[in-house]
Design a protein around this ligand. Structure first.
Ligand code: TEU
Ligand code: CA
Length: 572
C-alpha cells in the first residue's frame, strides 16, 4: 500500500450478495430491477448488513446472465436506468450500506464494440484486445481445451480465419491483459464507477487474467482425464506468471486512490496465493473467494467438473477452512461464504432441508460467521432457502446447466434421470429462483411471469413469515451479525483449529488477549456427544448464542449436542 492504508473497515463488515434478476421486480416484467432493490433496503438494514455485492447490472445480451458485458458504463435496460442506479446508491449510503459492483474483465460479451471491431480484421486496432490462434493445419482446434460451459474454448472467426479463446461461453471472448491498452481501459471503467461513489469490486475470475502461456508460444494440450477430444482446462488458463504484476498495477492506478473493498474470485487459488494477494502490506486485494471448500463434495471439482457428486465429509471441510484461517490470519484476510449465485443452496448441500431446515441453516451460519474473515450472505440464505428440483429441463435457464444436460444426454450417454439428479444437486439455478418476499402469488417477487419459476416451497419459506417469527433463520442472522459488532474477538480473534473426536461435530476457537470464543456444531441429524479438553472445561464460560434454546445448555466437560445444534461460548 503506497499511501497510508485507509482503515480496514471491511474486516468488521458483513456483505449481502444480490442477484438482481431474482431479487425484486417492481414493473411486472418478471425480472428483478434496481427500483426493486431500493424498495427492499429497509429489509437489509434490519438484517444488519454493511455492504451489498451486486452481481452484474451492466448492458448485456445475457448469454450468461450479465457476466457477458457489452457496455461497462451502461445499466442493463431490463434492470433500469442510470438514474435508478444513482437513486439506489444514494439510498444505500443513506442507510450506511456500501455498494460493491461486480467487475467482469477476464472477458467481455462478443457484442461489445471492442470485439465487434476486433473480429473484423487482424490489423484492426482492437484485434489485440483478444486472444487469437490459427487452427491446426487440419483445421481442428488449436488445443483440446474444454470451456467451462462445455464445447471447445476456441471459436472460429470467419473474417480473419483465426479462432478466439473463450473460457466460458462463445459469447464471452477472453480479453488479452498482456495488452497495456486493455489494462488502461479496465482501470478507466473502474474509476468511472468509483467516481460515482461505488465502494468496491468483486472481481470475476480475476486469477484468469494472466494466462500461464505466452501469447505466441506453443499451447500444450490439457491432460486427458476422460474419453473424447475435449478435456477440462481451467488449470490451463488460471494463475499466469503476470497475475500479481497486473493486480499491483490495478492497485497503483486505481485502488490506491479510493477507500475500497475488493474481493477476487479465484478458482484453483492456493493458500500461498491467498497469502500473497491479500497481504495487508504488499498484496493488491483485500480478500479472495477461494474454492477449495466448494469442491469437497464433487468428484472432479473445478478441475474435472462438478456434476459427479460425493458426500461432504465435515472433517475435510473443517481441515480446509482451518488451513485458510491459519495461513492468512497474520498477513492477509479471508472471505467466508458457503453460497452464491454459482453454488447450490447451502442448507440443502451441507445441512438438512427437511424437518431440521431452520436449525441446520442456523448451525451453518454459526459455524461460518464464527471464523475470522468477512462473511458473505447470499440472498435467501438468511431465510434458509433450499434447492429446487424442477422435473423438466425446460424450467432451467442457466447456460452451464442447459449445456451440461445437452452434452450429458446426447454425447455421454447419461440418462435424463441421472442428468436431472446432478442438476437438482448442483445446478446454479438452485440459487437463482426468485426471492420469496411473501406467500402471495409469485412469492411477492413479481406481478408478472417470473423469468424463472419460484421455488414451490415459497408458501412456507418467505421473508414475511420469517420477519413475523422470532425463531426464524432471519432473526438468528440478525443476532449473529449484531454479535460481530459487539465482540472484537469475533472479528480479530486468532483462529485455533480444534478437531472434536466425533467426525460429525465441528469446532474451533478464537482468541484475544482477554477472552476466547468456542464454536461447536453438530452437523448431523443424530444426537452427538463431545468431551471438552480439561483446559477448556475449567475456564468460566458464558453462553452467547445457540440454535436449540430449549436444550438448556450447561457448560460442562461432557457436552451433548442435539441434531444440528450449534453453540457459541465466550470463555474468560
Ligand atoms: O464464475 C467462475 C466460476 O468459477 C464458475 O464458472 C464456476 O466454475 C461454475 O459456475 C461453478 O459451477 C464466475 C461467475 O461467478 C459466474 O457466474 C460466471 O458464469 C463466470 O465467472 C463467467 O463470468
Ligand atoms: Ca422488472
Amino acid at each position: 500500500m503506497t499511501q497510508s492504508a485507509p482503515a480496514a473497515w471491511w474486516k468488521n463488515s458483513v456483505v449481502y450478495q444480490i442477484y438482481p434478476r431474482s431479487f425484486c421486480d417492481t414493473n411486472g416484467d418478471g425480472i428483478g430491477d434496481l427500483v426493486g432493490i431500493t424498495s427492499k433496503l429497509d429489509y437489509l438494514q434490519m438484517l444488519g448488513v454493511d455492504v451489498v455485492w451486486l452481481s452484474p447490472i451492466y448492458a448485456s445480451p445475457n448469454d450468461d446472465n450479465g457476466y457477458d458485458i457489452s457496455d461497462y458504463r451502461a445499466i442493463m435496460p431490463e434492470f433500469g436506468t442510470m438514474a435508478d442506479f444513482e437513486a439506489m446508491l444514494a439510498a444505500m449510503h443513506a442507510r450506511g450500506i456500501k455498494l460493491m459492483m461486480d467487475l467482469v474483465v477476464n472477458h467481455t460479451s462478443d457484442e461489445h464494440p471492442w470485439f465487434q471491431q476486433a473480429r473484423q480484421s487482424r490489423d484492426n486496432p482492437y484485434h489485440d484486445y483478444y486472444l487469437w490462434r490459427e487452427p491446426k493445419a487440419d483445421g481442428s482446434a488449436p488445443t483440446n481445451w474444454e470451456a467451462a460451459f462445455n464445447g471447445s474454448v476456441w471459436q472460429c472467426n470467419e473474417a480473419t480465419g483465426e479462432s478466439y479463446l473463450h473460457m466460458f461461453s462463445k459469447k464471452q471472448p477472453d480479453l488479452n491483459w498482456e495488452n497495456p491498452v486493455v489494462r488502461a481501459e479496465v482501470f478507466a471503467l473502474m474509476r468511472f464507477w468509483l467516481d460515482k461513489g461505488v465502494d468496491g469490486f468483486r472481481m470475476d475470475v480475476i486469477n484468469m487474467i494472466s494466462k500461464p502461456w505466452q501469447l505466441d508460444g506453443s499451447l500444450p494440450d490439457a491432460p486427458v482425464v476422460r474419453d473424447g477430444f475435449l478435456q477440462p482446462a481451467f488449470a490451463m488458463t488460471c494463475n499466469g506468471p503476470r497475475l500479481n504484476e497486473f493486480l499491483a498495477e490495478m492497485r497503483k492506478e486505481v485502488l490506491d486512490h479510493y477507500n475500497t473493498l475488493t474481493v477476487g474470485e479465484a478458482p484453483l487459488a492456493t493458500v500461498q496465493q491467498g497469502r500473497d494477494i491479500t497481504n495487508a502490506q504488499t498484496g493488491a486485494l483485500n480478500m479472495l473467494f477461494q474454492f477449495e471448500h466448494m469442491d469437497l463434495d464433487s468428484v472432479g471439482g473445478h478441475v474435472n467438473g462438478k456434476w459427479a457428486r460425493k458426500p461432504l465429509d465435515w472433517r475435510d471441510m473443517s481441515a480446509t477452512m482451518a488451513r485458510w484461517q491459519t495461513a492468512l490470519q497474520d498477513t492477509g484476510w479471508n472471505s467466508l461464504y458457503l453460497c452464491n449465485h454459482d453454488q447450490p443452496r447451502s442448507v440443502s448441500r451441507c445441512g438438512d432441508d427437511g424437518d431440521l431446515r431452520v436449525r441446520s441453516a442456523k448451525a451453518l451460519a454459526t459455524w461460518l460467521h464464527g471464523m475470522q474473515g468477512t462473511p458473505y450472505i447470499y440472498q435467501g440464505e438468511e431465510l434458509g432457502m433450499t434447492n429446487v428440483a424442477f422435473e423438466r429441463i425446460e424450467d432451467y435457464r442457466d447456460i452451464e446447466t442447459l449445456n451440461f444436460y445437452r452434452v450429458a444426454t446426447t454425447e455421454r450417454g447419461v440418462s435424463h434421470a441421472a442428468a436431472m439428479a446432478s442438476i437438482h444437486a448442483v445446478s446454479r439455478d438452485n440459487a437463482r429462483t426468485p426471492m420469496p418476499w411473501s406467500a402471495a402469488t409469485n412469492a411477492g417477487f413479481s406481478a408478472g411471469q417470473p423469468w424463472i419459476r419460484v421455488n414451490p416451497n415459497f408458501t412456507q419459506i418467505n421473508a414475511e413469515a420469517a420477519l413475523a417469527d422470532p425463531d426464524s433463520v432471519f432473526h438468528y442472522y440478525r443476532q449473529l451479525i449484531a454479535l460481530r459488532k459487539q465482540l472484537p474477538v469475533l472479528v480479530h480473534g486468532r483462529f485455533e483449529a480444534w478437531s472434536p473426536s466425533d467426525p460429525k461435530v465441528v469446532g474451533y476457537l478464537r482468541h484475544s488477549d482477554e477472552v476466547s470464543l468456542l464454536v461447536l456444531c453438530n452437523m448431523s441429524g443424530q444426537l452427538r456427544h463431545q468431551m471438552l479438553p480439561e483446559h477448556l472445561a475449567q475456564r468460566p464460560a458464558q453462553f452467547l448464542l445457540g440454535n436449540v434454546p430449549e436444550s438448556g445448555v450447561v457448560w460442562q466437560q461432557h457436552l451433548s449436542l442435539q441434531p444440528f445444534e450449534a453453540q457459541l461460548w465466550l470463555l474468560s
